[in-house]
Design a protein around this ligand. Structure first.
Ligand code: NAD
Ligand code: SSN
Length: 493
C-alpha cells in the first residue's frame, strides 16, 4: 500500500483525521440536507465510488436562494471588523485541517498529494487576503462642486457562485472570501465531480461563526442545466460568478442577461509560452514546467502552445525532456507521485487525441507519451510540432507540452495572439526592451515574463477576449461583490 494512503475504515471511509468533514449532503441555512435521489462521486484514480450526494433540483435551489436572500438582510450590516474576524478564524481552520482538505482533494480530483497540499495553502491565502480587505472598503468624497458628493460601497446582494472541479478548494475560497468580506451572501453550485472539498470548506465557514444561511451549497448532477438556469435568472440573485469552460460561460451569460446581473466569468485559456533566443534556458525550463504541468495540466492558466526560437530549440527541448522524464505519474496518494490522473476518461482521451493529431502531422514524442490507465497519462513532451495542429486551437487541459519552432518576434506574436481566448501568456527573454514590448502586445489578461507562476491572492486574476471578464484576488477582488452608490448632498438655499 502506498505510504500516503489514508487509514480507511468502514466508519471513516476516506481516512480523515476529522471524519465529520466528509459531508454527503447539500448545506442550506447551515443544515445538512439529503434527498432520496443521489449521484455518485468517483475516485479518478480507480473509477471506484467514494460516496454520494443529493441530486438537488430547481425547488431546492429556490429554497437556497430564498435562504441566502433572507440572510442578506442582516448580514449586509455586519461590522467590517466582525467579517474580518470570521475570515481570520476561517483561515486558521483551513490551516488546522489542511491534511484532511488535501485528502479530500486527492480522493475526488485525483491530483498528486504535493499538489493538493499546495492548493490548500493557496486557498488559505485568499481567505487571509480578503480578511484584510474586509476593513478597507472605503468610499470617496468628491468636493469639486457646489454640492458635496460621496461614493459609498455597498454589498451587491445574493451571489450565485459556480465553481469548477480543477481546484476543489482554491476556487470556492476566492469567491466566498470576497463575498463574506463585503457582506454578501451566497448560493454555491458545486461540481458533481468534486463536491466534498467544497462542502468541507463551507462546514469550516460555519465553524468560523458565520451564521447559517449566509453561504449555502447546492449539489446537483442530473438537474445541472435547470439549476444553472435558476441561479442565473432568479430575480433575488444579484451577481453570478462562474469559473469553467467558455462554452458554459456563454450559456450562463446569455441567461443572466435577461435580468442584467453583474457577472464575473473566468473561462478557458489557451496560453502561449514563448522562449526567445535571448532567454536564460534553465529559467525558461523551470517556468515551463511550473506553468504547464500544475494539476496534471488541468489549469486554465497552463501553457498550451509552447513556441521556441529555432536557435535555442534543441538546447531547450533537451533540458526540458530531462526534467519531464523525472516526473512520476500515478495515483495521487502514492509516495513519490508528482502527477495524478485526469478528472475523467474523456479528459484523458482528449489529450491522446491531441498527441495523435500532432504526431500524424510530424511531431515526435521526446518524453512520456504512454497512457497508463483510462485516466492516467505520462507527462509528455512533443517536439517538431506543426503550428496548425489541434492543440493550437483547442485547450488540451492535460499533461502535454508541445514545442513549436519560430524564427522572428513578429511571427511568434502573430501566432500567440491568433486565439479567441486570452487568459494568460508567458515568455522568457533577457532583453529589457523586449520584455516591455512583448508584455504590452500579448492579448491576455495576465503575463508571466521570465516566470511560469503568476497566480497569487495579492494580484488580480482574470482574462480578456473569450476568457471572460472580472478579476478575482488583489485589490480588485472585492469590487466584483460591491456596488458603488453616489450620494449628492446639497446645501441650504
Ligand atoms: N477556467 C477553469 O478553471 C476551468 C475549469 C474547469 C474546466 N475548464 C474548461 O472546461 C473544459 C472541460 O471541462 P468540463 O468537461 O468540466 O467542462 P464543462 O463545460 O462541461 O463544464 C464546466 C463547468 O460548468 C458546469 N456546467 C456545465 N453546464 C452547466 C450549466 N448549463 N449550468 C451551470 N453550470 C454548468 C459544470 O458542472 C462544470 O463545473 C476544459 O477543457 C477547460 O477548458 C476550465
Ligand atoms: O484554473 C483556474 C485557476 C488557476 C489559478 O488560480 O492559478
Amino acid at each position: 500500500m502506498p505510504t500516503l494512503f489514508p487509514n480507511t475504515t468502514p466508519e471513516n471511509p476516506l481516512g480523515l483525521d476529522d471524519p465529520t468533514l466528509f459531508i454527503q449532503a447539500s448545506i442550506i441555512n447551515g443544515e445538512h440536507i439529503t434527498r432520496a435521489a443521489t449521484f455518485v462521486v468517483d475516485d479518478p484514480a480507480t473509477g471506484n465510488s467514494i460516496g454520494t450526494c443529493p441530486d438537488m433540483g430547481v425547488d431546492d435551489v429556490r429554497t437556497a436562494i430564498d435562504t441566502a436572500h433572507s440572510a442578506f438582510q442582516s448580514f449586509r450590516a455586519t461590522p467590517p471588523l466582525q467579517r474580518q474576524a470570521y475570515l481570520t478564524k476561517l483561515h486558521s481552520l483551513i490551516l488546522n485541517n489542511a491534511d484532511d482538505l488535501a485528502r479530500l482533494i486527492v480522493w475526488e480530483n485525483g491530483k498528486a498529494w504535493p499538489d493538493a497540499v499546495t492548493e490548500v495553502a493557496y486557498a488559505a491565502s485568499y481567505v487571509q487576503w480578503f480578511a484584510g480587505e474586509a476593513v478597507r472598503q472605503n468610499g470617496e468624497v468628491i468636493a469639486a462642486t457646489a454640492n458635496r458628493s460621496f461614493v459609498i460601497k455597498q454589498p451587491i446582494g445574493v451571489c450565485a457562485l459556480l465553481v469548477p472541479w480543477n481546484f476543489p478548494i482554491g476556487m470556492i475560497a476566492r469567491k466566498v472570501a470576497p463575498a463574506l468580506a463585503t457582506g454578501c451572501t451566497a448560493v454555491v453550485k458545486v461540481p458533481s465531480e468534486t463536491p466534498y472539498t467544497n462542502l468541507a470548506f463551507v462546514e469550516l465557514v460555519h465553524r468560523a461563526g458565520v451564521p447559517g444561511g449566509v453561504v449555502n451549497v447546492v449539489t446537483t448532477h442530473k438537474h445541472l442545466v435547470d439549476v444553472g438556469k435558476e441561479l442565473t435568472t432568479n430575480t433575488k440573485i444579484a451577481k453570478v460568478s462562474f469559473t469553467g469552460s467558455t462554452r458554459v460561460g456563454k450559456i450562463l451569460a446569455g441567461q443572466a442577461s435577461t435580468t442584467l446581473k453583474k457577472l464575473s466569468l473566468e473561462l478557458g485559456g489557451n496560453a502561449p509560452l514563448i522562449v526567445f533566443e535571448d532567454a536564460d534556458i534553465p529559467t525558461a525550463v523551470m517556468g515551463t514546467l511550473a506553468s504547464k504541468f500544475r494539476g496534471s495540466g488541468q489549469t486554465c492558466v497552463c501553457a498550451n502552445r509552447i513556441y521556441v526560437h529555432e536557435s535555442v530549440y534543441e538546447a531547450f527541448a533537451t533540458a526540458l525532456a530531462e526534467k519531464v522524464k523525472l516526473f512520476r505519474a500515478g495515483p495521487g496518494f502514492a509516495d513519490g507521485v508528482t502527477h495524478g490522473p485526469l478528472i475523467h476518461k474523456a479528459a484523458a482521451d482528449k489529450v491522446v487525441q491531441h498527441i495523435d493529431d500532432a504526431v500524424a502531422r510530424g511531431a515526435r514524442v521526446m518524453a512520456g507519451g504512454r497512457k497508463i490507465s483510462a485516466t492516467l497519462l505520462e507527462p509528455t513532451l512533443l517536439v517538431d510540432v506543426a503550428p496548425d495542429c489541434l492543440l493550437t486551437t483547442e485547450e488540451t487541459f492535460g499533461p502535454l507540452a508541445a514545442l513549436i519552432r519560430f524564427s522572428t518576434e513578429d511571427e511568434v506574436l502573430r501566432l500567440a495572439n491568433a486565439s479567441e481566448v486570452g487568459l494568460a501568456g508567458y515568455f522568457f527573454s533577457n532583453d529589457a526592451d523586449r520584455i516591455w514590448r512583448v508584455a504590452e502586445v500579448l492579448q491576455v489578461g495576465m503575463v508571466g515574463a521570465n516566470t511560469g507562476v503568476i497566480s497569487s491572492a495579492l494580484v488580480p486574476f482574470g482574462g480578456v477576449k473569450e476568457s471572460g471578464y472580472g478579476k478575482e484576488g488583489g485589490r480588485e477582488g472585492t469590487d466584483e461583490y460591491l456596488v458603488k452608490k453616489l450620494v449628492v448632498m446639497g446645501s441650504r438655499v
